[in-house]
Design a protein around this ligand. Structure first.
Ligand code: CDP
Length: 211
């Protein structure tokens, strides 16, 4: 039976880096589910800048292909915002469920990271992690990452964008960002990348070796 690991958490908490490393450590498949919403967000922005009817976003979500996820430009701030806006549309989320569920069942195992993996997509996951960090720490990390390509960005803008997105992600009625009851919390505020990975691998290893 395949082994599914669900990793959730707010923006720039380090969940993506940890998810990738955990997948590599165990030889599992990895899906960054944020890319699905980012890809829809990008298409919506291209079609209807400045506002869009939910049906348009839903249609674009249904037509998404793996090639759309390979787009290198998906991490731009305007796309982050559009992603969290389309992610609040129930029809968009519904259109993306079966792809994620199928991905999660792959042998020998799969790691999915996002907002609703432990609560909605894979409620029966073998291991659930909720990775978080203080907002100022998360904004600093994202600021350093984005500054490489955009030197006009300020720390304050990045912090405001992250807080705005977290609020929207937690407040939406369909599949809000939330820690599953049985998820293990890892706060990476005072951990570097390596220590965060070690902490996550240790939690998974306990369950994996006892299965
Ligand atoms: O990398 P970062 O944490 O900044 O964002 P992401 O994981 O790429 O997700 C981008 C946006 O997609 C989030 O702000 C959420 O609104 C949405 N998302 C979601 O609703 N559900 C998921 N499973 C993953 C992402």
């Amino acid at each position: 039976m395949s082994f599914t690991i669900a990793i959730d958490g707010p923006a720039a908490s380090g969940k993506g880096t940890v998810a990738k490393a955990v997948a590599q450590h165990f030889g599992f498949h990895h899906l960054d589910t944020g890319l699905l919403y980012r890809a829809v967000g990008k298409k919506v922005l291209a079609r209807k800048p400045g506002g869009f009817p939910p049906e348009v976003a839903e249609k674009l979500a249904k037509a998404l292909t793996p090639k759309d996820l390979a787009d290198g430009g998906l991490r731009a701030p305007d796309i982050s915002k559009a992603a969290s806006q389309v992610a609040a549309i129930p029809g968009v989320r519904a259109a993306l469920i079966s792809f994620q569920k199928t991905f999660a069942k792959q042998e020998p195992g799969a790691v999915l990271d996002g907002r609703d993996i432990g609560t909605v997509i894979c409620p029966g996951a073998a291991v659930k992690l909720f990775i978080t960090a203080r907002p100022d720490v998360r904004a600093k990390r994202r600021f350093q990452e984005l500054r490489k390509t955009d030197t006009t960005l300020t720390f304050e803008t990045v912090l405001a964008d992250i807080q705005d997105r977290d609020t929207r992600d937690r407040a939406r009625s369909t599949a809000p960002l939330a820690q599953a009851d049985d998820a293990v919390l890892i706060d990476t505020s005072d951990l570097d990348i390596q220590a965060s990975i070690v902490a996550a691998v240790a939690v998974v290893e306990r369950v994996y070796s006892a299965r």
